[in-house]
Design a protein around this ligand. Structure first.
Ligand SMILES: Nc1ncnc2c1ncn2[C@@H]1O[C@H](COP(=O)(O)OP(=O)(O)OP(=O)(O)O)[C@@H](O)[C@H]1O
Ligand SMILES: [Mg+2]
Length: 512
């Protein structure tokens, strides 16, 4: 019997102006966890879209063998029929439907043409149990967190009796605990014979659970390795991904910390809809040349804080004071905040950060059209020159600046969001999970840009759930937990343990 469940041979896939896959080969053994890694835009998602029939036969060249049989899928349904399930980088659940409805959407349990709700319910309960989710099938998707939503996606796949599960960056939006649960589940499924292909930029997770790994670079297979036999560790993966060694993950900064630029005092906000307090007497400040980190778990109130100081774009009953260079300010809306030199790079790039049907050029310049305007007319030449420069300095991988942002790889979309805000030339830059879904090489580039901004005297706030990133990048760290600042640490005293302690600490600590 063939030990490989899947072989993809010489797969080539072109988009107008881009060869996304160039003779890619990958072989996956039955029952293993196979990692697929590579830089942003390397072609990982495209390869999995070819495999699952999103790009049907005829749309690419090369062959797919599944269980030794050549396959020519003409759509997602036909790959599902063979037992292949894919969970995309961006979740595809419908927020206002229940868990059960989402799982069986398009695949309804029916008796003589009528949806059988009893059957749907009992089958859902069974599936939720398999993925270790203790929720009522009737609960709406919008009422459970992203971690649980990810588990629902897996349950949905399992409902179709799949034996190869593809997960495209399943943990990128999850906190450590949810990520760990998900990884455990993949291992658990493996013990029941389910093969998985996992795409991730979190190399420690890859190292933890995979049996083999395939590395792509610029649309080509660089190598496939056996994690144990080839003694693969993170350094080895990085070297193969970026084609060189990255000795230091965080570039050095030579910034001089100066006077306080932004100060927020006794900041309180309520939930926009419910009678619930979201932030409790938050006090923070950032100085010129300083990078300040805000650590905390998802739901700690960090994003809500950032949005509320950014022109009151979140929250109700906002109380407290804000000072810029010691002068009291009160931004009523986002455009006032931008005019005063604030920029907020959102964590939710798909809904808030980008207009996906627009090209890169317009997304970048939209927040500061004044910079490219001549009177009331946009100076297109100037716009092109300036955007080309941004694309170059952030190494955004695209066919041209006229490419629609929806066709960029996930990580490159994130870079466009970043350049959009750089374009406003902000004095205070708030970055919310700036490297989510970003490969190690591009992370380094983003950190370098943060350093350059600090060296130019700007104040930078970095919100991040990755503790190593907060510690590696910040001069000073605030820890938030359940709407409170539970501590403040200087770079010299910040360790993962110290921060974790403050994250879980019950009561409001003090910060000056
Ligand atoms: N629909 C599309 N139209 C045009 N170009 C595309 C399209 N989809 C992907 N590309 C391009 O193909 C290349 C590979 O993209 P892909 O999304 O597969 O990368 P990836 O490895 O998944 O990256 P990431 O880690 O950022 O998700 C990129 O250069 C991307 O811009
Ligand atoms: Mg991708």
């Amino acid at each position: 019997m063939n030990e490989y469940i899947l072989e993809m041979r010489n797969i080539t896939k072109e988009f107008p102006g881009v060869k996304a896959l160039d003779n890619v080969n990958i072989k996956v053994k039955k029952g293993e966890i196979h990692a697929l890694v590579g830089e942003n835009g390397a072609g990982k998602s495209t390869l999995m879209n070819v495999l699952s029939g999103v790009y049907p036969y005829g749309n690419y060249s090369g062959d797919i063998y599944y269980n030794g049989e050549i396959c020519k899928f003409n759509g997602i349904k036909s790959s599902e029929k063979k037992g292949i399930g894919i969970i995309h980088q961006e979740l595809a659940l419908i927020m206002y439907l229940s868990i059960a409805e989402n799982i069986f959407l398009g695949n309804e349990r029916s008796t003589r043409g009528i949806i059988d709700w009893d059957k749907t319910r009992s089958k859902t309960v069974e599936l939720l149990k398999r993925v270790g989710l203790n929720e009522n099938p009737g609960t709406l998707i919008k009422d459970i967190g992203v971690g649980k939503q990810q588990l629902v996606e897996i349950a949905k796949s399992l409902s179709k009796n799949i034996d190869l599960l593809i997960l495209d960056e399943p943990t990128s939006a999850l906190n450590e605990e949810d990520s760990q649960n998900l990884l455990n589940l993949i291992v658990e499924l493996k013990s029941h014979g389910v093969t998985s292909i996992i795409i991730s930029h979190k190399l420690n997770e890859i190292e933890q659970i995979s049996d083999s790994i395939t590395i792509l670079r610029d649309g080509k297979t660089i190598e496939s390795l056996d994690m144990v036999k080839d003694k693969v560790d993170e350094d080895r993966i990085i070297k193969s991904m970026v084609g060189r060694e990255l000795t230091d993950l965080f570039p050095k900064r030579n910034a001089k910390i100066g006077e306080t630029i932004l100060e927020v005092k006794n900041w309180n906000i309520d939930h926009p809809m419910y009678e619930r307090k979201i932030l409790n007497d938050i006090n923070i400040n950032v100085k010129s040349g300083e990078v300040v980190g805000i650590a905390g778990l998802m739901g700690a109130g960090r994003t809500e804080f950032a949005m509320s100081i950014f022109g009151k774009s979140y929250g109700k009953n906002i109380e407290g004071e804000m000072f810029l260079h010691g002068k009291k300010v009160d931004f009523k809306n986002i455009s006032q905040a931008i005019k005063h030199g604030l920029a907020y790079v959102t964590e939710d790039r798909k809904n808030l950060g980008l207009i996906l049907i627009n090209d890169i050029k317009r997304n970048v310049t939209l927040s500061n059209l004044d910079r490219v305007r001549q009177g009331i007319i946009i100076d297109e030449n100037k716009e092109i020159v300036e955007v080309e420069e941004q694309v170059k300095s952030l190494t955004i991988k695209c066919s041209s600046i006229l490419q629609k942002t929806k066709n960029l790889s996930g990580g490159n979309q994130q870079k466009v969001v970043l350049s959009k805000w750089m374009f406003t030339n902000p004095e205070v830059l708030i970055l919310d999970e700036p490297t989510r879904g970003i490969d190690v090489g591009a992370k380094y580039e983003i950190y370098t840009i943060i350093n350059q901004l600090a060296e130019a005297g700007k104040a930078v706030i970095v919100i991040s759930s990755e503790l190593s990133e907060v510690i590696g990048m910040s001069d000073r760290i605030y820890v938030m937990s359940e709407g409170n600042i539970t501590g403040e640490l200087d770079k010299s005293e910040a360790t993962q343990e110290e921060i974790m302690k403050l994250i879980v600490s019950e009561k409001v600590g003090v910060s000056s």
